[in-house]
Design a protein around this ligand. Structure first.
Ligand code: GLN
Length: 551
């Protein structure tokens, strides 16, 4: 019988519910349990695909092409499983399903209501993750208890315990215990109110995870236990950790996994040795290295969450602490003129949409090419590297992407003919995992240690195959292509320490203990540059290839 854990949050948003759910998932995996995890989002957008990165952060892409909440990235990185679009559902998508059924006449003329129709569909989204291969389904309910739009979700998870049996469900509530400077005290009242609100919806939490910046004394835990009617061992203090990957250890020390397993009747011992080794490696990662990320949404680094994490993962492998300089693309030309990018050991040009900042990204790609600065282009980043090369190395003045300049004389990045027929913004993205064949002996093939790789995509435009010959003649190496040779997926330069662009988003598959091969090579090259060795060619043997994440 599959067991179910529901994680809700109270008091304020951004409490780290997603990280709590992810960390709990990791702890259960360390007990040998098979875990899957999902997020239910109460907002009305059908998925986060069209949401503004400034507001919502990164759109995380799953293997099957789901455009999902960024918490799914944390889930994958912590529990080390590739999730699917079934792991994210929003109010909008739930209503869409129910309304489509209503139009088909499925409800036979009955009145369609929040209870039972919406709540039933929510429960279906939860149970569809259960299978013989899954011991525990963790469901994080987005939003905060007390929100209007969260009510159907709370009602659904309340009913759920009745449906599947008390012993198969555990409710974990995450709250905040703030420290009030003037009175010099930690306060439990917000937690009490939040639990009262949850109980008013019929849900009695089994465990309360209290976030705080300093340790909560036993006496306060006793108070929370008494007032919220949760056994003392279920009051868990999630004190601010030094870094994300320490959180599972903090929660384990507080006994969260023991308590959850006790409630669910799950036996077993937690073996944390591999995770502890990871945390020790992170703690020992001290060699400083500076990487500039040239982006459009840099005022909200969450917009590039997986890119930042992939850089850190690569750092851990090299014993390096990657410091990220978030650089606004529009500022690049000015910064270059003032020589202010000279201290960067490497540059990443991440994905993005729309024209703003493009010329700055092109300038950054050119600066990296001219000065031997290691550079990794991701999706849009690969497109601007191609544009830069076309203009400045292949003599194609005015080269551009048709996304930014429909009248460019050289559309080196363009829609494919098959796509043009159906172009309708919103509906034509290449989404999800695609294979690519890497050229034997190329930089990318040596990074991956294999010649067939699978990475995730999210874009509309492609490298224009009509220009492939001319760009290759000028020295651009198209080092990875689709198996049918139609699409260029990776580009690089032969005479540069590391100047690599990929049409994919390899950052989505990076794991803390298994960094994405391209990021690992980029940081390796950055360290060589930081060490002042500045070799002409990247010494790939220094950066042993490790297997690509499965899938
Ligand atoms: N805007 C570009 C395209 O649609 C790149 C997208 C991206 O970087 N994810 O092709």
């Amino acid at each position: 019988m599959t067991k179910y854990i529901f994680v809700t949050g109270g008091v304020t948003s951004s409490l780290g519910k997603g990280l709590t759910a992810s960390s709990l998932g990791r702890l259960l995996k360390c007990r040998g349990l098979r875990v899957t995890i999902q997020k239910l989002d109460p907002y009305i957008n059908v998925d986060p695909g069209t949401m503004n990165p400034f507001e919502h952060g990164e759109v995380f892409v799953t293997d099957d092409g789901g455009e999902t909440d960024l918490d799914l990235g944390h889930y994958e990185r912590f529990i080390d499983e590739n999730l699917s679009q079934d792991s994210n559902a929003t109010t909008g998508s739930i209503y869409q399903t129910v309304l489509a059924a209503e139009r088909r006449g499925v409800f036979l003329g009955r009145t369609v209501q929040v209870i039972p129709h919406i709540t039933d569909e929510i429960k279906r989204r939860i149970t569809r993750l259960a299978s013989d291969e899954v011991d525990v389904v963790i469901t994080e309910v987005g939003g905060t208890v007390g929100d209007i739009e969260i009510l159907p979700f709370l009602e659904a998870i309340r009913q759920f315990r009745k449906d599947v049996g008390r012993e198969n469900v555990c409710y974990v509530h995450v709250t905040l215990v703030p420290y009030l400077g003037p009175s010099g005290e930690q306060k439990t009242k917000p937690t009490q109110h939040s639990v009262t609100e949850l109980r008013s919806r019929g849900i009695q939490p089994d465990a309360i995870v209290c976030r705080s910046d300093g340790p909560i004394p036993e006496s306060l835990k006793v108070k929370i236990s008494n007032l919220c009617d949760v056994p003392l061992r279920g009051v868990v203090n999630a004190i601010d950790a030094r870094h994300l990957y320490e959180i599972p250890l903090v929660l384990h020390d507080e006994g969260l996994d023991d308590e959850v397993c006790r409630i669910l009747g799950l036996a077993g011992q937690t073996d944390l040795s591999a995770w502890e080794a990871l945390v020790a490696r992170i703690d020992a990662s001290v060699r400083p290295v500076r990487v500039g990320v040239i982006g459009k949404y840099v005022s909200l680094p969450d917009a590039y969450l997986s890119v930042a994490e992939a850089l850190h993962h690569a750092g851990y492998e090299h014993g390096a602490r990657v410091g990220i300089d978030w650089i606004q693309a529009e500022d690049v030309e000015g910064l270059l003129a003032e020589g202010r990018l000279r201290d960067l050991d490497a540059v990443v040009i991440p994905g993005g949409f729309g024209e703003r900042g493009i010329e700055g990204k092109v300038a950054a790609a050119g600066y990296a090419r001219d000065h031997g600065v290691p550079c990794l282009g991701l999706c849009l980043g690969m497109q601007v590297m191609t544009i830069e090369f076309a203009r400045n190395a292949a003599g194609l003045a005015g080269a551009n992407s048709s996304e930014f300049d429909a009248s460019s004389p050289h559309k080196v990045i363009d829609l494919m003919d098959t796509q043009r027929d159906v172009i309708e913004l919103g509906g034509t993205m290449r989404l999800g995992v695609y294979p690519a064949r890497l050229a034997a002996g190329s930089v990318v093939a040596r990074c991956y240690g294999r010649e067939l790789v699978y990475e995730r995509h999210r874009h509309r435009y492609e490298f224009n195959p009509r220009y492939r010959g001319r760009l290759e003649a000028a020295g651009l190496v198209c080092s990875g292509v689709s198996p049918d040779d139609r699409l260029v997926e990776f580009v690089e330069l032969a005479d540069h320490p590391f100047w690599v662009g990929t049409q994919a988003h390899p950052e989505f598959k990076s794991r803390p203990d298994r960094p994405s091969p391209l990021f690992r090579a980029l940081v390796g090259a950055a360290l060589q540059r930081a060490d002042g060795r500045r070799p002409r060619l990247l010494d790939l043997d220094d950066i042993a290839a490790s297997p690509q994440p499965a899938g």
